[in-house]
Structures are given as structure tokens and as C-alpha cells.
Design a protein around this ligand. Sequence first.
Ligand SMILES: [Zn+2]
Length: 285
Amino acid sequence: MTTSIRLFPVFALLGSALFVSSAWAADAPKVTSQQLAPQLYLVKGSGGNIAAMLGKDGALIIDAQFAATAPLVKAELDRLQSGVSVNTLVNTHFHKDHTDGNAALAGGARIIAHQAVLTRLQSDAKFNQAGLPTETFSGEKTLSLNGQQVMLRTMPVSHTDGDLVVWFKAQNVLHMGDLFFADRFPFIDLNSGGSVAGYIANTKTILSQVNDTTKIIPGHGDLMDKAGLQRFLTMMEQTLAEVQAMKAQGLSADQAVTKGLSAQWKKWSWNFITEEKWIRTLYQA
Ligand SMILES: [Zn+2]
């Protein structure tokens, strides 16, 4: 609880992209992990989901949650592999609930991200610059550590203009960052280069690359699978069609919000992306 009290005033001052941060910080002060494969874990706490691959070379971690949560994440990693230190940190995108803990978690280790992540974090006066990415790339990049190959792939504009996904190929595990919200309306950061069309297109691309046994880590929410990602795509396509039909009938955004989506989509609404916010996002598509 002290975590959320500390974090809220900081994040409440920042822009809409970061409002998600305070929402996440408020409801998840403890850190837990779930094993997905030998030496590969989903670590949940306060902020975006972390993936951690452990081994003799140290930890590869995907995303960093908040600085205030970092000691808890470190303690959890140490519980999983005594004395482990972070070898490499990868950021799926720039949002605070995925990068605020960079400096605290990486502790000087290399940090890899899309070029746009570095650009945005460099220009953010509130970001701890010790946590800036040390390597950027676009396209594909393969990491080799702990006897494993892990593939990073940048994606076309979608959630933001600097998204990447991480493939643990041998384990058939995929971390999608905020290109996937588990069974809830997604946040598409239109003010940071995001795109509804791009978001839907990327979902289709990923769907064509996973299979029925792929374990998919969403940016937020519980571990998902191909069926869950298909459900997410169907929701986005059908709600977009509903909003486009309302636009075609001449309804304003406010009128579309008043009319609402059909009842089957109500359960996708949540505290950060309500039905109203989702309709307003789709209305701009
Ligand atoms: Zn995000």
C-alpha cells in the first residue's frame, strides 16, 4: 500500500499515457512469479508483466515495472535463482509502467529497446537517465545467453511508435508487451504515435506466427494463448465495425458513447480503458 501512495502523486502529474501507471500501481503492491518453462518465468507485480529467463549468464528480463517495485522484483529473482544479477534488460516500449524500474533493475547492465524508446525517454525530464537504453535496433535482433537464443522483433506503429515483441523460440513463449491486454480493452496511445489500424494489423501478424501451444505474455493481465489473442482480435474488429457504423450514420463521438457498444463487449471494460475511452479511441481510427 505504501508503494501506491508513493507512486500516485508522481504519476498523476504526468500525461494520459502514464495514467495507466497509477492505476496499476494502486492495485498490485506484491510481486509473484509463474514458471512457464525451465528457467523462464512470468513475474507479476506493479506495472507491466515481466518475463525473466535465468541461468549461468544471469537474468534476461523483459520490462522493468516501477522503480519502487524493483527491490521486490529483485528479491523474487533472487528467490528463483540465488545471487542472480541482471545481464540484459529489454523494454517492450517506453511507458513508465514498463521502464521506470530500468535503472534500479539493470544496475549498469545493457538495456535494449526500439530507437523511439530511447528518443522518448531522453526527452523525459522525470525519467532516471541511468536507465536509458544502451542499445537500440529496428527489425530483428537475436540475443544469445544462458545457452538459449531469444529473438526481439520491432513492430510497426501500434500501441506506440516504439513497440517490440520478444520470442523465446525454444520454449514457444512470446512476450507481446502492450500489444496485448488480456481480455480487456487495450490502451492505444494515439498521442505517442500509436494507431488502431496498426494495432489490429500487428495482432493479425502475431496470430499467424503462434500456435495452439504458444504461451503468450500480455502487457497486462494473466498468461494467454492463441485462443485468447484471437478473442482479442475479434473484439477489436467487431467493436471497430460498430463504431464505424455509428460514424457512418452521422453520430458524433459523444452520441456514439451515449449509444454504446453492444452488450457482449461490456465485460471488456475496466478501470483504465472504459467502454467510453475505447469508443473514443475507435472513433479516431
Ligand atoms: Zn504501454
